[in-house]
Design a protein around this ligand. Structure first.
Ligand code: NAD
Ligand code: UDP
Length: 324
């Protein structure tokens, strides 16, 4: 297959490029490196199946050659990133998604949207099934991301209904692994960096809020299955093993062997209290389920962070979340 991966220079996108190339697909990656990192795909330079185009997908774009599938991952994803780039986040979710959809339409290609569990907002229904409509504050600080993704889902669905584009929506739950930026502000990367630096782990609120953490290899397998299917979705992709943030801190301390203390900070505005995917749809319709336990996934991730430790002195201060 010829697959276009927008956001392929980012954390998930670069792993997706690797997975597609491993099975001999040809991959064309489009990224502006606004939150990605050229190092993520540096090992692919010179690979005969890999092409990179540096472009902002909010500008209309086309690509040379055939296109069988478009995987649209371009978007800031960590809360500090989308708080820092609110207008860009809305633009890439709306205009960027439409440009990617048009590309798929022109080439009669499969289109897979990287949506998010954030479409459920701070969910009042737990765990979350795909037929739950969510609880999103449209004017809160997270809305630039949540509403952009909800709009992207609506737009993708309209392209399916009105223009018969073969659209599939994947709702991705918190995913972690190698190539996360140590200073992206997300909880797993932050805790690991802090533990390796011997700093206290910053817990927002009392740490009783929950997330369900999926290892990147599992998640990417799910995205590849979505690319290969004709399922419209939405399909939840995530690991239903739910943990409190406090429990995650303990797991990271164990995985790193760190004696770091805990530093309790105020909870960011609208921080979802709990999150866990129901994945029966992915299990039944894609035959997908996660295989990697959090202990094993953290071991691989810590190993990778250790191998890069002290190589990123430029970005020392983690951005603070919005608290008002
Ligand atoms: P990331 O920030 O590492 O990757 C996003 C990539 O998109 C970056 O390389 C960035 O430079 C690129 N990008 C952003 N705006 C762009 C634009 N206008 N034009 C071209 N490229 C642009 O984040 P990630 O964790 O890899 O997330 C990838 C996708 O998966 C995002 O759409 C995100 O919303 C979604 N997602 C991720 C998670 C997660 O836990 N990692 C959870 C839910 C959804
Ligand atoms: N969090 C935390 N300390 C940090 C970073 C995040 O306690 O240094 C919390 C955050 O408040 C949230 C959870 O960890 O409750 C997951 O945060 P993340 O930004 O990774 O993902 P999201 O909130 O988008 O699910």
């Amino acid at each position: 297959m010829h697959v276009v991966v927008t956001g392929g220079g980012g954390f998930l996108g670069s792993h997706l490029c690797d997975a597609l190339l491993r099975r001999d697909d040809r991959v064309l990656c489009v990224d502006d490196f606004s939150t990605g990192n050229p190092e993520n795909t540096a090992h692919l330079a010179g690979h005969p199946g890999f092409t990179f185009i540096r472009a902002d997908v909010t500008d209309a774009f086309d690509v040379p050659g055939p296109v069988d599938a478009v995987a649209h991952l371009a978007s800031p994803a960590s809360p500090p990133d989308y708080h820092r780039r609110p207008l860009e986040t809305l633009a890439v979710g709306s205009r960027g998604t439409e440009n990617a959809l048009r590309l798929a339409e022109r080439h009669r290609a499969r289109f897979v949207l990287a949506s998010t569990s954030e479409v459920y907002g701070d969910p009042v229904v737990h765990p979350q099934r795909e037929d739950y409509w969510g609880n999103v504050n449209p004017v809160g600080p997270r809305s630039v991301y949540d509403e952009a993704k909800r709009f992207a889902e609506a737009l993708s669905t309209a392209y399916r209904r009105s223009l018969a584009v073969n659209v599939g929506i994947a709702r991705i739950f918190n995913t972690y692994g190698p190539r996360m930026r140590p200073h992206d502000g997300r909880v797993v990367s932050t805790f690991i960096r802090q533990a390796l630096d011997g700093e206290p782990l910053t817990i927002y609120g009392d740490g009783s809020q929950t997330r369900s953490f999926c290892y990147v290899d599992d998640l990417v397998r799910g995205i590849v299955s979505m690319i290969d299917s004709d399922l419209p979705g939405p399909v939840n992709l995530g690991n239903p093993s739910e943990r409190t943030v406090r429990a995650l801190a303990e797991l990271v301390r164990e995985a790193t062997g760190s004696a770091s203390g805990l530093d309790f900070r105020p909870l960011p505005v609208d921080d979802p209290a709990r999150r866990r995917p129901v994945i029966t749809r992915a299990q039944h319709q894609l035959g997908w389920f996660p295989l990697v336990t959090i202990e094993e996934g953290l071991r691989h991730t810590v190993e990778w962070f250790r191998s890069r430790h002290d190589r990123t002195p430029a970005e020392r201060t983690a951005p603070e979340p919005v608290r008002r």
